[in-house]
Ligand binder design. Structure first.
Ligand code: HEM
Length: 225
């Protein structure tokens, strides 16, 4: 994240103006609670991650729903009903395969893998709908889901593993290659794609961030409820 704000626009492969992904990040950071991230502005409503009391059952529900959401995002860009969605194929951030392996591991450990919950299926169908009717809003979710997972998501995974998985590192939290480079490549693609959007389309994308937090928040909450 530091590199995103420190690197000059020219070095990042675009010309003129504030890179759009910086705007996306700024809106997202403001929607964090003060205990979640330094730049957060919201008052906490739930216990901080450090005080979560996760259960394997709750965490499994979160992982199953996450797999559905990532699979949905990956299918949408593979299908590319909107031609430029194809730019977001094979970013290296894809998470449905690693999650499949993790769920197999839980099965080997004797756990029963649940079906997706209403929170997971609601988010997946919302993403399907947006991807066809509202590309700018869809891209907001694409950005927030993938980037949140590499930031707070990773931190959460570490804390949960310490508490209930004997520190087992899941595939969900491992990337092939250098994560910071993968993220930077996607930021560049986001900036390039958004460079053809009107100011109204950009604002519309940014305004969707709250919904992204609401849907992802519903998924995350399952870990400790
Ligand atoms: C970044 C924590 C939930 C979206 C971050 C950062 C932290 C964090 C520590 C890094 C800030 C920095 O770069 O200095 C958390 C915690 C969460 C949470 C503890 C929940 C318990 C969410 C949710 C979303 C989200 C629900 C949206 C769906 C993002 C985005 C970034 C970010 C887009 C920027 C990543 C980047 O620039 O690479 N979060 N977050 N976060 N978070 Fe969260």
């Amino acid at each position: 994240a530091a590199a995103a704000t420190e690197m000059a626009p020219a070095a990042r492969g675009e010309g003129g103006g504030k890179p759009f992904v910086d705007e996306m990040r700024a809106v997202a950071m403001r929607l964090h609670t003060k205990d979640q991230a330094r730049e957060g502005e919201k008052e906490p409503q739930a216990p901080p991650v450090a005080r979560w009391e996760p259960t394997v059952e709750g965490y499994l529900r979160f992982l199953v729903d996450s797999k559905l959401v990532f699979q949905t995002l990956e299918d949408i860009v593979d299908r590319a009903a909107v031609p430029w969605y194809a730019e977001f194929r094979n970013t290296g951030l894809e998470r449905s395969e690693p999650l499949k392996k993790d769920l197999e591991w839980f099965t080997e450990q004797g756990h029963t893998i649940p079906e997706p919950t209403a929170a997971g299926t609601a988010y997946a169908s919302y993403l399907e709908e947006l991807s066809e009717k509202d590309p700018q809003a869809f891209i907001c979710h694409f950005y927030n889901v993938y980037f949140a997972h590499t930031a707070g998501g990773r931190m959460i995974g570490k804390k949960v593993a310490e508490k209930i998985l004997d520190k087992k590192e899941l595939e969900f939290y491992k990337w092939e290659g250098t994560l910071s480079q993968l993220l930077q490549n996607v930021r560049t693609t986001l900036n390039q794609v958004a460079s053809s959007w009107s100011r109204e389309e950009k604002d519309h994308c940014l305004e969707e961030t709250e919904k992204s937090f609401a849907y992802s928040g519903d998924l995350l909450r399952q870990i400790f409820t």
